[in-house]
Design a protein around this ligand. Structure first.
Ligand code: NAD
Length: 296
């Protein structure tokens, strides 16, 4: 059985690490938030002193961190994974970061004999807890096949999509679709509410038809209850859409709808809602229309 390292024990990383423990893997964990480390140690993990220490005690090292600079620091910085990892070990970054940064980190680790996979996830905290995330992976097929079972402890859909960086390209596509879906739902539900129709009845009437979606079923109950607790923070979705814009510029593809929703999210962030769940996009429409889409 592989010894596994896990770095980044936030909203997502904590339940994902717990699921690895439940599946019987030996875990050494690290986060700069000591309370999060304590919780995992109480559940049976060992405490690592730094990313480098975690790497030196593991054959497979996972990270689940906010953004590209965090992953770069943990992987390549002082006391980073690169200083402790043994040749032949595997680094699996499950954070959502810029695809180019995944490639850059992979290139540096390769020189030390460490193979990297980028394996971002979709599904949010509830699916992280259930162990039913969708995991989209980039990297060598042989490495993927060796670790697929371990990823299966965290996700119910584990798919290899291509070379290193492809996982994060897939995640960017995912984040465009989720953001635009929430905005479309916000626009529609604010219209229905202002017209005097009960939004809960509108939701129930359309959720089984073509307009229904996983996004609608996850977010409408939260909106109707006025629950904007994250889940997935607006500020993290802004980070993903900024990565979309950067990647789209490099590839010369149009992303005008993404750009519009990004502006809505930035407006919400400026009004102090950056740490709220991304279903708060509806509040951009609510503020302009002067109605609230809530349970009667
Ligand atoms: P989070 O902010 O809750 O957790 C990040 C953790 O990383 C924190 O515990 C923080 O202390 C730790 N950390 C940050 N920098 C560190 C460093 N240099 N050294 C050690 N620890 C460090 O974020 P999250 O919601 O768990 O998201 C993590 C990643 O997963 C992000 O890329 C996010 O976009 C992605 N994601 C999140 C969701 C969601 O619903 N929350 C869903 C899918 C994907």
């Amino acid at each position: 059985m592989y010894r596994i390292g896990f770095i980044g024990l936030g909203i997502m990383g904590k339940p994902m690490a717990r699921n690895l423990l439940k599946a019987g893997y030996q875990l050494v964990v690290y986060d700069r938030n000591k309370d999060a480390v304590k919780e995992l140690v109480n559940s049976g993990a060992a405490e690592g002193k730094s990313p480098s220490d975690v790497a030196s005690r593991s054959e497979i090292i996972f990270t689940m961190l906010p953004n590209s600079p965090d992953v770069k620091e943990v992987a390549l910085g002082d006391n980073g994974i690169i200083h402790g990892a043994k040749s032949g070990s595997v680094f699996i970054d499950m954070s959502s970061i810029a695809p180019l940064v995944s490639k850059e980190i992979s290139g540096k680790l390769e020189q030390k004999g460490v193979v990297m996979l980028d394996a971002p996830v979709s599904g949010g905290e509830p699916k992280a807890i259930e162990g039913t995330l969708a995991i989209m992976v980039g990297g060598p097929e042989e490495t993927f096949n060796n670790v697929k079972e371990i990823l299966g402890a965290m996700g119910s859909s584990v798919k290899l999509v291509g070379d290193i960086g492809s996982g994060n390209i897939t995640k960017l596509a995912n984040q465009i679709i989720v953001a635009l879906n929430i905005a479309a739902m916000g626009e529609a539900m604010v219209l229905a509410t202002k017209a005097g129709v009960d939004p809960e009845k509108v939701y129930q009437a359309i959720r089984g038809g073509l307009a229904g979606s996983t996004v609608m079923d996850a977010k409408m109950p939260m909106i109707l209850n006025g629950n904007f607790k994250p889940g997935f923070r607006i500020e993290l979705h802004i980070k993903d859409l900024m990565n979309v814009m950067e990647t789209a510029r490099e590839l010369d593809v149009p992303v005008s709808l993404t750009d519009q929703v990004l502006e809505m999210m930035k407006t919400l962030q400026r009004s102090g809602k950056g740490k709220d769940d991304h279903c708060s996009i509806i509040r951009y429409y609510e503020d302009l229309a002067g109605v609230e889409v809530r349970k009667k």
